[in-house]
Design a protein around this ligand. Structure first.
Ligand SMILES: *[C@@H]1O[C@H](CO)[C@@H](O)[C@H](O)[C@H]1NC(C)=O
Length: 382
């Protein structure tokens, strides 16, 4: 009895409830239009519509916001009760499906500080974090992870490839109060590390000592010419010589053909350019290494991860070919909970989605075959 109580107590201590700052699964029909606001900064933003797309795992669960007009900017945002991630883990997670086989367009979200003017949100609105896939032709297929730090947007220094197929994928960014981070795609880690190493938040810790100079007599040559070695006197021989076996043709006419000259051949005695032997340099000191000193410009910051407030999430992007569906957005402080939510959303519908797509492709293929057959028959009959 006591033991059971103790286990319960321990479980309660270890298991703080996850904080969910924002969760959006678009599962209540048109109600999302009350929660999301379109910017009026421009007059011709593309329209989002609620849709599960052409193929899906579950018609209801897979409904999300789909871009519906080609070659448009999109600008929608939703706000929530403001929070700071001070001393907390922050998980940003959502699903993206480029079912249109996207050529060029964004699939990322932006997290804004509280106080965002939603009606005026646009490409230059100040955000805290931008995260998610971006595709533009074959060269650009990357996951952005951008942090705003002291007014500058800093992109991750590592290249994280995004998914470029037509299926739904789960993107997760975890930022921890120990200044480490992790990026996951489909609930598997694709990148991780710490903020200071992988973004240019701070100037480098060490710099080359500006006072230090390589001494003039520092010898970096590991080998030198052997001073004892001399070119042999009989070394110099011409590279080409007249062919000793060549004979003037009998019908050679000096008057008509000019003076006869034998063809030249490679001289077998030619030795090439003479080079002295190499020996170890007794004065060799190795490569000179510029000594480093602490960078006076560097000041550590233990709170790179931290933002005073998060208040809104936005879809602020450009798409050439529309059709992308955003769904299952989640902001939480709990990595495990996010993983579970990913499993319960993307995880339970992904296989059925793929199956439906494959069936559609198969039917399409059959239809095409029949049409081709018909066309061939009509031709035969003519
Ligand atoms: C999510 O699903 C994967 C694969 O089935 C499983 O290994 C993992 O434990 C699940 N995570 C959670 C938090 O339930």
């Amino acid at each position: 009895m006591a033991r059971a109580a103790l286990i319960l107590l321990l479980a309660a201590l270890c298991y703080a409830d996850p904080l969910v700052f924002f969760k959006e699964g678009f599962s209540d029909g048109d109600a999302w239009t009350q929660r999301w606001v379109e910017s009026k900064h421009n007059t011709d933003y593309g329209k989002f519509k609620l849709s599960a797309g052409k193929f899906y795992g579950d018609l209801e669960k897979d409904k999300g916001l789909q871009t519906s007009q080609d070659a448009r900017f999109y600008a929608q945002s939703a706000c929530f009760e403001s929070f700071s991630n001070k001393d907390k883990t922050l998980v940003i997670q959502f699903t993206v499906k480029h079912e249109q086989n996207i050529d060029c367009g964004g699939g990322y979200v932006k997290l804004f500080p509280s106080g965002l003017d939603q009606k005026d949100m646009h490409g230059d609105s100040v955000y805290n974090i931008m995260f998610g896939p971006d595709i533009c032709g074959p060269p650009t297929k990357r996951v952005h992870v951008i942090f705003n730090y002291n007014g500058k947007n800093l992109q991750i220094n590592k290249d994280i490839r995004c998914k470029d197929d037509v299926y739904t994928h789960l993107y997760t960014l975890i930022v921890r109060p120990d200044n480490t981070y992790e990026v996951k795609i489909d609930n598997s880690k694709v990148e991780s590390g710490n903020l200071e190493d992988d973004w240019d938040f701070l100037p480098s810790k060490k710099i080359k000592d500006p006072e230090a100079k390589k001494p003039d007599d520092w010898d970096e040559r590991s080998k030198i010419d052997d001073p004892e070695d001399k070119k042999p006197e009989d070394w110099e021989k011409p590279e080409h010589v007249p062919d000793p076996d060549a004979k003037k043709p009998e019908d050679w006419d000096e008057e008509m053909d000019g003076e006869w000259e034998p063809p030249v051949i490679q001289n077998p005695e030619y030795k090439g350019e003479w080079k002295p032997h190499q020996i170890d340099n007794p004065d060799y000191k190795g490569k000179w290494v510029h000594p480093e000193i602490d960078n006076p410009e560097y000041t550590a910051d233990a709170n790179l991860y931290q933002y005073d407030s998060f208040g809104c999430i936005g879809l602020d992007l450009w798409q050439v070919k529309s059709g992308t569906i955003f769904d299952n957005l989640l902001l939480t402080d709990d990595e495990k909970f996010a993983e579970e939510y990913g499993n319960e959303t993307w995880g339970v519908t992904k296989d059925a989605e793929k199956k439906m797509k494959e069936q559609q492709d198969e039917e399409e293929r059959k239809k095409q075959e029949e049409e081709d057959d018909d066309a061939a028959q009509t031709k035969d009959e003519l």
